[in-house]
Design a protein around this ligand. Sequence first.
Ligand code: UD1
Ligand code: CA
Length: 450
Amino acid sequence: MSTALIILAAGKGTRMESDLPKVLHSIAHAPMLWHAMRAGRALDPEATVVVAGHEAAKVEASALDYDPEAKVVLQAEQLGTAHAVAQAKDALDGFFGNAIVLYGDTPFISEATLEAMLEARQTHDLVVLGFDAADPGRYGRLVTQGEALERIVEFKDANEEERAITLCNSGVVCADAATLFALIDAVGNDNASGEYYLTDIIGIGRSQGLSATVVRCDESETLGVNSRAELADAERLFQSRRRAELMADGVSLQAPDTVFLSWDTIIGRDSEIEPNVIFGPDVTVENDVRIRGFSHIEGAHVSRGSTIGPFARLRPGAELAENVHIGNFVEVKNAVLHEGVKANHLTYLGDAEIGARTNIGAGTVTCNYDGVFKHKTTIGEDAFIGSDTMLVAPITVGDGAMTASGSTITEDVPAGALAVARARQEVKPGLAKKLFDMLKARKARQGKGA
Ligand code: UD1
Ligand code: CA
């Protein structure tokens, strides 16, 4: 049966104290909204509807950035979660199947949990995701009778006895879409908040003879973000989970707590990540790669057998083939380094293509920017770029060519040629000694107060 996702993301998130709507605050370099959309995407939904309200244009742009096929609908006034879901009805016109309601500010619901809910839907009309709360606080309480869910009562409306229940509502609900919208039509707002509660659909459904049940998940999955402090908690949780997953998949992290991953970081088996490495978005590292300490990597692809760092920086568009060596204080941006290239020390390689086995000497710089335009440096295979070479782009150095160290290369170097572009050395015998003697004598005179 097909599935539709309805993601509620209209709230302002007052406690974030931010101009940015809450769901656009990032965890591991992706807006919270994307984490919710990604969790749902695992179900291969036929439709995804995002309900936006506060800063709807920004929320829409972000949702479409993640999934260009998502539908974004507007909830102009935030009248409650049931009212929010009702806004998705038109967008799902002609859809037949299960609808799952998720919150944009609850980024950790797992794929397995959503699958368990769909499974429970096969035997129950309404499925709610619940959790046993250590501190039930202000969560809605699930009122059950045996396995059956009778109703959900919001904290504000609950009596003493109901508040004592520790089984809480995560907010995630699954039902047949037509059933869901029919029930929502029947929801009123005669309650302590004057809001249209999505949670009321359970009591209404039960009174109509529908069945309802609870699928339980770990409390950590339902972690919602309401403040900057909770955002930091969510970041910590994301990081520790993802590190654990990578290690379980065969990646070595010597000091896991010091490695920071992005929401989309991929690292292959038998790769080793030393302490204090930071991954920005869009990085894939293949198997058997060693990333040494204090390296910063974003938008890069590192192939099998390569070594990066310590203190290396790979920026967007860094494409490294197999067995490439990038050493300390080397920056690579928008550059293709073919197999076996070595750049071991103090180098900037930007807007470049470097052929297989070429050695880049210490202090080499591709001078790619003229102040207005960016230009490309192309270096062939088996070339040798001497230390402290300035490659003034656009420039081409052929296969097997060499540049003398200290050269500023402004003209193309043909294959097999040596380019020397530096002042010729002169040697003045005895002059150094003469200069030293003169200077020392001057210092001695000054010391006497001259
Ligand atoms: C809701 C549940 C509560 C549950 C809790 C879990 C209801 C009535 N209550 O309470 O049982 O324990 O979540 O976190 O559903 N939103 C909109 N439009 C609105 C109102 C809300 O898009 O008009 C969005 C919010 O942006 C948020 C989500 O829905 O992402 C939940 O809304 P929120 O007001 O935080 O609900 P809670 O009071 O926490
Ligand atoms: Ca909330």
